[in-house]
Design a protein around this ligand. Structure first.
Ligand code: NAG
Ligand code: NAG
Ligand code: NAG
Ligand code: NAG
Ligand code: NAG
Ligand code: NAG
Ligand code: NAG
Ligand code: NAG
Ligand code: NAG
Ligand code: NAG
Ligand code: NAG
Length: 486
């Protein structure tokens, strides 16, 4: 019976993929796999990560803590039911942002204690991928890119429960938000038949403090904003100092797993394993390593590529935004609240002392019902159970970015310059953290950039007034795809 069903499913899949009428007959799911990995199970794909980690304590501004650099190494294996099994490992280091040094010991500015730094070394990070979120063409009228947005609010029991791991545990619940945007050239996706196509992505995250920060229930959160891209030459793109650590201490991270092992590893479970091993061996939980002065130190400066400034200083610029808002309440599953769309005027200028940039945003965002796609007038608030009146949300804000939190990274293998931005605002009316990852593609055959840019703007903020949330804990999460192409 099972076998018969499976064959029927296969036939159905074949019929669907041929009738879709695309040039090479790839299904949406196959295209998603080509963008994030490869259809060839023998091909190992390295997706590189490069960005920054910030933190924010209540009533204080977002501060940069680390540069964050590493990779995911993966393979995708087609299953007999047409779905894909993704097998991967992840290795990421935390760098001192002024020197780029890979940190082994960190002077924690909140606790004023030294912390033993645990690299991200997660093996495995697996997933069963049964369907793809529909690709959104950007800009919609004349698509140059397809973006696959994969966004999730994670709420589950904390592997580090307070009773045994109080110093490392923010509480009984693990709470984080992961916002992925995988951008790929739509011509390449539609008109090539390769197993893998180039991808440049944006990844943002909000999470509790890392266990090794030993901050217990200290209020505050970490915010990550990271560019991600598929390496065209596999591990060749990995920074030398990271590769040295891999070769010496983590050799298996040179390969994607070939069989499924459970369960997945996260920074929390990996930390717990080490602490548990040390406790069994009668050792202290935390062992601060003796670190020799590093010779691998750079004087980091953060700049915006002049070609990007030439585009952004042109005035006026209007960007189209389109996305979704969710709730984030520790211990409750995130709820997709509404869709958001609209146009925003953008004006960038340097601060007079060159300590950063001011980004003025002016426009209006229209809220849409996610089921009916109609403009929302009455919001049936799933959290309070009340009905709230909604008007378009006016946007008239000045965002100040510090220099170390607004800069570009060259990604030559993707033929893209990426902009990373992060900032926060805090007023009596509430707080917001805004993060940007904007992609500026090269113009073919010239050293110039295309005048059309693409990317992601996410914001985490206290509940908007119209939701009348009173003292309800938590915040709203908005993830918007942006482009100045119309
Ligand atoms: C993957 O490698 C195996 C073993 O070499 C081979 O049998 C199989 O045909 C390869 N698959 C593809 C899609 O290349
Ligand atoms: C990663 O970003 C930093 C800036 O934060 C930059 O100095 C470095 O060159 C980037 N690395 C790669 C491999 O792009
Ligand atoms: C980096 O240097 C700046 C300027 O000296 C300083 O304000 C900042 O605190 C330093 N950042 C870190 C993480 O040490
Ligand atoms: C962990 O891995 C399994 C597959 O091995 C997957 O089904 C599951 O969704 C993953 N869990 C998370 C939280 O990513
Ligand atoms: C928590 O940290 C404090 C101060 O560092 C230490 O004295 C205590 O032993 C730690 N407790 C546990 C359970 O690790
Ligand atoms: C997409 O790829 C095509 C074919 O290589 C190229 O001509 C075009 O410039 C690329 N578009 C963008 C936005 O990079
Ligand atoms: C590529 O395919 C997507 C999805 O079918 C479609 O929306 C888009 O218009 C196509 N883009 C190009 C450049 O053909
Ligand atoms: C520091 O240097 C000493 C002497 O060269 C060496 O034995 C030790 O392993 C080094 N420590 C680290 C953490 O690299
Ligand atoms: C967002 O983009 C998608 C795909 O182009 C479109 O179907 C949808 O109507 C847009 N939504 C809004 C709110 O603009
Ligand atoms: C969206 O519209 C549907 C159908 O009218 C309604 O049941 C639902 O409550 C609306 N959603 C919100 C969040 O208002
Ligand atoms: C490249 O940019 C420069 C400076 O803006 C401009 O003078 C030149 O015409 C551009 N070249 C092309 C091929 O667009």
């Amino acid at each position: 019976m099972g076998a018969v069903n499976m064959q029927t499913t296969w036939l159905l899949l074949l019929v669907i993929s041929f009738s879709a009428g695309k040039t090479y007959g790839f299904s949406d799911l196959e295209n998603f796999i080509r963008v994030i990995g490869s259809l060839n199970p023998n091909e190992t794909v390295v997706n590189y990560l490069n960005g920054s980690v910030f933190w924010k304590q209540p009533k204080s501004i977002l501060q940069k803590l680390f540069n964050y650099e590493g990779y995911n190494i993966n393979r995708k294996i087609r299953q007999s039911d047409g779905t894909f099994l993704s097998l991967s490992r992840e290795f990421v280091v935390y760098r001192q942002p002024n020197t780029s040094e890979i940190l082994q010991v960190w002077m924690n500015p909140i606790s004023n204690n030294a912390n033993e730094v645990f690299n991200v070394a997660n093996d495995p990070v697996n997933a069963h991928i049964g369907s793809a979120t529909p690709a959104m063409p950007v800009p919609p009228s004349l698509p140059k890119f397809l973006v696959y947005n994969t966004d999730i609010v994670l709420e589950y029991p904390n592997p580090l429960q307070p009773d045994n791991y109080a110093n490392y545990s923010a509480g009984p619940i693990y709470d984080s938000v992961e916002l992925f945007g995988f951008f790929s050239n739509s011509t390449l996706v539609n008109a090539s038949k390769t197993d893998s196509v180039p991808m440049t992505g944006t990844w943002m995250r909000k999470s509790q403090y890392l266990p090794w920060m030993v901050l217990g229930t200290t209020p505050g959160s970490l915010f990550y904003t990271t560019l991600a891209w598929k390496c065209s030459d596999g591990l060749q793109c990995v920074a030398d100092d990271i590769m040295q650590i891999i070769k010496q201490n983590f050799p298996k991270y040179q390969y994607a797993p070939s069989t499924e092992e459970v369960p997945n590893e996260t920074s929390w479970t990996a930390f717990k394993k080490i602490i548990d091993q040390r406790r069994l061996a009668g050792l202290p939980d935390i062992i601060i390593p003796q670190v020799n002065a590093s010779s691998d130190v750079r004087d980091m400066t953060y700049d915006v590529d002049q070609r990007v400034l030439d585009i952004l200083y042109k005035w006026p610029i209007t960007v189209r935004v389109n996305g979704t808002a969710w709730s984030e309440i520790t211990g409750q599953q995130g709820i997709a609240l509404f869709d958001v769309g609209g146009y925003v005027g953008v004006d960038l200028e340097p601060l007079f002392d060159y300590s950063g940039y001011r980004l003025q945003l002016d426009g209006a965002l229209i809220l849409y019902n996610r089921t009916t796609h109609a403009v929302m007038q009455n919001f049936h608030n799933p959290i309070t159970g009340r009905v709230n009146k909604v008007k378009p949300l006016e946007v008239a804000i000045d965002l100040i970015f510090r220099r170390d939190s607004f800069f570009t990274v060259d990604i030559p293998s993707s033929e893209i310059v990426g902009l990373i931005g992060a900032q926060s605002t805090d007023t009596d009316n509430g707080w917001a953290v805004n993060m940007l990852n904007i992609l500026f593609p090269w113009q073919p055959g010239t050293g110039n950039l295309s005048s059309t840019f693409y990317g992601t703007w996410s914001s985490f903020a206290s509940w908007p007034e119209f939701m009348v949330m009173g003292d309800t804990p938590g915040n709203i999460v908005q993830k918007l795809t942006v482009t100045n192409g119309m």
